[in-house]
Design a protein around this ligand. Structure first.
Ligand code: GLU
Ligand code: ZN
Length: 294
């Protein structure tokens, strides 16, 4: 039995885009006989807030999306420090992990100066392309410095279940990966990859705004010694009828607002299905029936 996950970050309220992702996650899982793990991605200790986590859980319950794992007790990254430490020591055994004292701004600046082929899809990269400035400086790992791992050149290819064959070159796209930032917080790339490996997630379903992360996560997974790589499905983001991306007012309405306006859970899911180009017209859809949309 395979396992997929719904992995919201508690840095804001759920909106229609999350519902589209939930439809894909639960719909695909139910079709494929896979289980769904709920994972709260609160690795960003500055932006994550308990009240957002509470709201996310409440909204998912209200919508009727039931996770098979990770709901009770709630599975959150902030409780998994030991797992990431362990992954880090594993990485150190065979790869070059080093301390870095470049600020994000400096790393980005060098990116714009040295990059010959800026990447158009680099939408949610946390650090820009890092040029390896600190790679051989032998800096001590002291508080206030971040940690990176050396990324060797080479192509990562995978067969996306929605997009077909994809090839990426992490060394060119992001350079040496940030594992822990200078505040001591684990990065999304590292925490999510370590989690997916350790939790046995073998089907990753997410919006195509995260497509650029996949090559580097595959590389990291290999470096962590994961055997058997997960499958990936990157789905379209919210689209308005004309094919343009939804505007803030259309797409960013939080579920809280829709709920407050008296919209029912099935209507919200129905609207999201249309916005995600999964249904032609906004008929109510119950969470337990989303597999029918595929
Ligand atoms: N936590 C990420 C988000 O809320 C999702 C990460 C993923 O699916 O890999 O956008
Ligand atoms: Zn540096």
């Amino acid at each position: 039995m395979s396992l997929t996950r719904f992995a919201p970050s508690p840095t804001g309220y759920l909106h229609l885009g999350h519902v589209v992702n939930a439809i894909y996650v639960w719909g695909t899982a139910r079709r494929a006989g896979a289980r769904v793990l709920l994972r709260i991605e609160d690795h960003d200790r500055i932006r994550s807030r308990p009240e957002y986590e509470r709201a996310i859980l409440e909204d998912l319950d209200w919508l009727g999306f039931e996770a098979d794992e990770g709901r009770s007790p709630v599975l959150r990254q902030s409780d998994r420090h030991a797992v990431y430490e362990q992954a880090l020591s594993r990485l150190r055994r065979t790869h070059h992990v080093y301390a870095c004292d470049c600020s994000r701004k400096e790393a980005r600046l060098r990116h714009t100066q040295v990059s010959l082929q800026p990447h158009p899809l680099e939408a949610r990269v946390e650090e820009g392309r890092y040029d390896g400035h600190c790679r051989d400086r032998g800096l001590a790992e002291t508080p206030g410095r971040s940690l990176r791992v050396r990324i060797e050149p080479g192509v990562e290819s995978f067969q996306d279940l929605c997009l077909g064959p994809v090839s990426q070159s992490p060394a060119d796209q992001c350079g040496d990966l940030l594992l822990r930032d200078r505040h001591g917080h684990w990065t999304y790339q590292f925490a999510a990859t370590a989690d997916d490996a350790e939790q046995g997630v073998d089907l990753i379903i997410r919006g195509n705004d995260l497509l650029e992360s996949t090559g580097r996560q595959l590389r990291l997974a290999h470096m962590l010694g994961r055997s058997g790589m997960p499958k990936f499905l990157h789905h379209p983001l919210l689209m308005a009828a004309s094919g343009r991306k939804l505007s803030k007012s259309e797409g960013d309405a939080s579920l809280r607002e829709l709920r407050a306006a008296g919209v029912s859970p099935a209507s919200v899911i129905g609207r999201a299905a249309v916005a995600g180009a999964l249904a032609p017209d906004p008929r109510p859809v119950f969470a337990r029936d989303v597999a029918g949309l595929f």
